[in-house]
Design a protein. Structure first.
Length: 409
């Protein structure tokens, strides 16, 4: 007889605990409920104190008003408060006593009113001070959130609020903000990793091409046609390298500068002039201007890139004869200024903004000349913004531009 198979074992019971349901909204310690209880309790306490003070003042006033303002001595009525006639008819005497009693009652009411007003003023001052302190305590998480947001604005994405306390609207806001910061940090980290990988992947083949071209050009037995082709390809390769460097620098400079060091803006401008002086002499462009020492906090390499791009543009986009470029640095209104002016073609005011767009030039939308790759002013604006400054371009009367870079000291 075949054996009967055993019934399948029951599945194991889950060891996890079911998720606890959130309490109803009206049971959560929300900000609305906390503020309602706080200010309602303050109003109740203030009302109790005010009623107690009014009761004591009223009792004191009634005690004063209940004392008779006259005394009967030896069958005669005397008073130190009321002006009672010594010999008068009963009606006149009663009217005088009634007037005296009403006068005393009015004095008691006036005293009660004055003291009540003083008590109200005192309680109002105490209530406002206590309310201000309690409101600051309730809203202190908002200050913490604001301070964290300001630190994050400086690209310190590692900051978190991590707010403790009751599960109210402010904690929910802080937790949501922390989650957003986590996503932003991951996105910026991925962007930096991509920029690093792209930098390596793009530079390596261009460097190999440049090396191969230079080796072939150095061969004395190469025919002239091949050398001319090699020079053309080498110029194209160099242009591609400039484009890659510009794009990578533009990607890096869009963020705030975290590590800052003292940088002399005059020294930065002098280095940029040294690098472009040869090109300026070839084009017949004179360089002038006084550069006063101005120290700013920032990245020296990126600031030098601003000056270099502006000076190169000023030299390349100039007049054929008797052109000049003026570079000055100064401290004005608590701001460090780098001003680059040049002669050149007349630039319409409505085309100024287009010059700062990538791959844009005057009256052209794409790069098409040997003057650059069309990223110089875009990089300069991005670097200036990363340092907390700005760059402004203005048409110069007679032709050319005036570029002003302002940076915080």
């Amino acid at each position: 007889m075949p054996a009967v198979p055993a019934p399948p074992a029951a599945p194991p019971k889950p060891h996890w605990e079911p998720k606890q349901q959130d309490p109803p909204y009206w049971l959560r310690p929300t900000i609305r409920i906390r503020l309602t209880l706080l200010y309602g309790g303050m109003f109740l306490i203030a009302g109790i104190l005010l009623l107690s003070i009014i009761y004591m003042l009223a009792a004191q006033a009634l005690h004063v008003g209940s004392e008779l303002p006259f005394k009967i001595v030896n069958g005669q009525v005397t008073s130190t408060v009321c002006n009672l006639p010594e010999k008068a008819s009963p009606d006149t005497f009663n009217a005088a006593m009634n007037a005296c009693v009403n006068h005393q009652r009015q004095q008691a009411l006036d005293t009660l009113l004055n003291r009540s007003l003083l008590a109200l003023v005192g309680l109002s001052v105490i209530a406002f001070a206590f309310g201000y302190a309690m409101a600051g305590r309730v809203l202190s998480p908002l200050g913490r959130i604001t301070r964290t947001a300001r630190r994050v604005a400086g690209t310190d994405l590692s900051r978190r609020i991590e707010l403790d306390g009751p599960d109210d609207e402010l904690k929910e806001l802080a937790d949501t903000f922390d989650e957003m910061l986590d996503r932003l940090e991951r996105a910026f980290t991925a962007q930096q990793r991509f920029v690093g990988n792209a930098s390596h992947e793009l530079r390596t083949p261009l460097a190999i091409n440049r090396t191969l071209l230079e080796v072939h050009l150095s061969d004395p037995q190469a025919p002239p046609e091949l050398k001319q082709l090699g020079k053309t390809l080498l110029a194209t390769n160099e242009r591609s390298e400039q484009l890659v460097e510009g794009l990578l620098l533009l990607a890096r400079s869009d963020n705030q500068i975290v590590e800052r060091k003292p940088v002399d803006l005059a020294e930065v401008a002098s280095r940029a002039l040294d690098q472009t002086r040869g090109e300026a002499e070839e084009r017949g462009v004179a360089i002038r201007g006084e550069r006063a020492p101005v120290v700013v906090q920032g990245n020296g390499v990126l600031l030098e890139r601003i000056a270099l791009n502006l000076v190169q543009n000023a030299v390349r986009y100039n007049v054929p004869e008797d052109g000049w470029v003026e570079v000055t640095t100064e401290l004005q209104g608590g701001q460090a200024l780098l001003v680059v002016s040049n002669t050149g073609p007349v630039v319409p005011a409505y085309e100024i903004d287009n010059l700062f767009e990538p791959f844009r030039r005057l009256r052209t939308e794409r790069t098409g000349s040997d003057k650059g790759v069309g990223l110089g002013l875009s990089i300069a604006r991005s670097v200036a913004r990363a340092h907390g400054g700005r760059i402004i371009a203005e048409p110069r009367e007679g032709g050319g531009l005036v570029m002003r870079v302002s940076l915080p000291v």
